[in-house]
Design a protein around this ligand. Structure first.
Ligand code: NAI
Length: 510
């Protein structure tokens, strides 16, 4: 399947933030583009705005002046919808309302040629519902860009029940030709990104609600240990709590109240208070000119850690060993179950149990649990928690060892799975369920999370790195701790572990 010819006329409907961005992308790829909005003058105004954006690219030396002129010349405002009759592809980016979009698609079907492709940029409506009642529902496919469309690489190509796979394939190739990273998705609530990303917000909100640590500390851990660009609180402050909460509620309702997607009372309270984030001046953080960003909590130890004993393989934490060695710590290695002993303390990677529970069940004295890091060689911070009977001296020795390796050490309350491990396990769980249910292939889902929301590693690849069996164990322990279906492990993780299969195989559903 090849991409749409670059001479083919693309029509974009809706000249708001998304429509203008999509029109720019198509024109930059060489297509003649017609932009229409039912607000008089809006399309022409948007094209002036695009030209200004292109001018900035010229100033920065990222675009030639002649190219700017050629792109702008390809963009044509249209004041009456009838002007779109000759389009080969129409992408609608109008208001997010099922009835209004259905009416528009019906009108376009009567207006445009019988082979015209009707794409929708909807982020939450079902493509199946949008196409229902049309004469040619097979020609309706989702083309979900991310904001801002000229900068964000991901495009979800979303197929409804009636969508023609050949048209989905053509739009996939077209998005690629436009310089994007497309993925195929089946039309299910939240498609890929808005579904798989839910636990990223939900786990931090839950940890905050349960007193694990404050917002600044939890954000710092997701950034400095998890490698995410932003923590969940700073990110939802940026997105806007009204928007983020509404997406969570819509996915929760669409899945008939599956507790996996349960919205957070903590976030609801912010919405109720009008603390919508940056745009209202306050969310989890304050954004007044004089507002200071609170610092993340950190433990400091005066103890000295010159040597430690490593018992067995540390699994995903193994690179920490080299880091300790590079910091001059003398290491004795012996057989065992993946523990680090320093002074009276025993350190271990969390497996999703409470520290106190694991200390009791496994007979480990002075237990200190470590969180997951994206890269134990490069991380600048790590979270620890400890058992109720861990002595202050032993904890101090554990902190001293990690400090010696150049890590900032943050203590959090004894909650299952700490912060990064628990978040990543739940992201992988959701991604696995999406694969199991045929929403997308494992490779596409991982790509979507990296290209669409800048995750440092795809959730499924991350689960493979941690070990599918280990990820499953963490989730099993989380579910046992909470007794909630929210933490139930995906059948795909269990099956992959049993079969010794990878999570990243499998072709696209369309
Ligand atoms: P927006 O409110 O900035 O722009 C919508 C434009 O559509 C307005 O200019 C409005 O005048 C026009 N419009 C409304 N009804 C129309 C009709 N019947 N015919 C012609 N024009 C009409 O909205 P935005 O943010 O650009 O979103 C547009 C679509 O893109 C929605 O479906 C939204 O869910 C989706 N989307 C939005 C993202 C975002 O971050 N804002 C990201 C991805 C998708």
């Amino acid at each position: 399947m090849s991409a749409l010819d670059s001479n083919a006329l693309v029509a974009v409907i809706g000249a708001g933030a998304m429509g203008a961005g999509i029109a720019q992308v198509a024109a930059q790829a060489g297509h003649p583009v017609k932009l229409y909005d039912n607000r008089p003058g809006a399309a022409a105004q948007a094209i002036t705005g695009i030209d200004r954006q292109l001018g900035r690219l010229v100033e920065k030396g990222k675009l030639q002046g002649a190219a700017r002129e050629a792109i702008s010349a390809r963009l044509q405002p249209v004041e009456a919808i009838e002007g779109l009759a000759d389009a080969r592809l129409v992408i609608e980016a109008i208001v997010e309302n099922l009835q209004v979009k259905q009416d528009l698609l019906r009108q376009l079907e009567g207006l445009c040629g019988s082979d015209c492709i009707l794409a929708s940029n909807t982020s939450s409506l079902s493509i199946t519902s949008l196409a229902a009642g049309l004469q040619r529902p097979q020609q309706v496919v989702g083309m979900h860009f991310f904001n801002p469309a000229p900068l964000m690489a991901l495009v979800e190509i979303v197929s409804g029940l009636a969508s023609d796979p050949a048209i989905a394939a053509l739009l996939y190739e077209t998005a690629k030709a436009w310089g994007k990273k497309p993925v195929h998705a089946r039309s299910t609530p939240g498609f890929i990104v808005n579904r798989v990303a839910r636990p990223f917000y939900a786990e931090s909100l839950r940890l905050l609600q349960e007193g694990a640590a404050d917002c600044a500390t939890l954000d710092a851990l997701l950034r400095d240990a998890g490698g995410f660009r932003m923590g969940a609180f700073e990110l939802t402050d940026l997105i806007g709590h009204d928007v983020n909460y509404a997406v969570t509620c819509s996915v929760f309702e669409a899945f008939y109240g599956d507790f996996r997607f349960q919205p957070s009372l903590v976030q609801k309270e912010l919405v109720d208070a009008g603390r919508l984030g940056r745009k209202s001046g306050q969310g989890f953080y304050r954004y007044a000119d004089d507002a200071e960003r609170p610092a993340a909590a950190e433990l400091h130890s005066q103890a000295h850690a010159e040597t430690c004993v490593v018992e067995g393989q540390l699994g995903v934490m193994q690179p920490l060993l080299q880091r300790l060695r590079d910091s001059g710590v003398g290491i004795t290695e012996r057989a065992g179950t993946g523990l680090i002993r320093v002074g009276d303390a025993t350190l271990a990677l969390s497996d999703g149990r409470l520290a106190s529970e694991r200390a009791r069940d496994d007979g480990l004295r002075n237990l200190v649990l470590l969180d997951l890091a994206l890269d134990y060689q490069a991380a600048s911070r790590i979270a620890i928690s400890w058992s109720a009977d861990t002595s202050a001296e032993a904890r101090d020795q554990a902190v001293a060892l990690l400090q010696r390796a150049g890590l900032k050490v943050t203590g959090i309350a004894d909650l299952p799975g700490l912060v990064v491990l628990r978040t990543v396990a739940m992201l992988a769980n959701e991604a696995a369920d999406a694969v199991l249910q045929g929403v997308g292939s494992g490779a596409d889902i991982d790509l979507a999370m990296c290209a669409g929301v800048n995750y440092p590693r795809g959730p499924l690849a991350w689960a493979e790195q941690i070990g599918v069996g280990y990820t499953l164990k963490v989730l099993d322990h989380l579910q046992r701790s909470y007794g909630e279906s929210r933490y139930r492990p995906s059948l795909l993780l269990r099956r992959s572990q049993a079969e010794g299969a990878t999570l990243l195989t499998g072709s696209s559903p369309v």
